[in-house]
Design a protein around this ligand. Sequence first.
Ligand code: SF4
Length: 208
Amino acid sequence: MARYTDSVCKLCRNEGTKLFLKGSRCYTTKCAIERRRYGPGQHGQARKKHSEYALQLREKQKVRRTYGLLEKQFSAYYKAASQQKKVPTGLKILQLCESRLDNLVHKSGMVPSRPQARQLIAHGHFTVDGTKVYTPSYHIKQGQVISVAEKSKSLVKALIEANPSPVAPNWMSIDLDNLKASIINAPSREDLDGTIKEALIVEYYSRR
Ligand code: SF4
């Protein structure tokens, strides 16, 4: 499985915003963005003028990197979102990202970051409706129950105690005492990050 192996903080500095890829460290003054609010490398502090295309590209990269997706996966989400008519394409892309198992494990508060959730899922620490799922990109449907494998409960409880979750989403049902989580309904636009400009992502892929 291809994956990004360089410093994840560089990704945040490149996008000029926090992508929250390092768990509890992201909420402290040790966060690289708090200390150096400019891009990495020799030209990181140079003023940049962004073209329309560059703005679209950066927004797409920001969201793709937030969820830890490869370009192939993210463009597949755009394709799927643009082929349905029920939900605006931009919102559907975000809903597809949100319904991933790794995202939900993180948002439930059981694991402090998406990268860590991905790793634990791949090692068989989580189940969906009682069956172990090793695929972080697995899409959870309403009614399916995510829980922790029996042998992994003490590990996940220790993670919860060490990293209290900032905010639990209101579109999820979360029971941290019993280490269970599920989706109540797909998140509406108001439930999601208001700083994301999903229209730019749609424009980016539409022009290709
Ligand atoms: Fe990004 Fe977290 Fe690193 Fe801060 S600590 S730069 S939010 S990954």
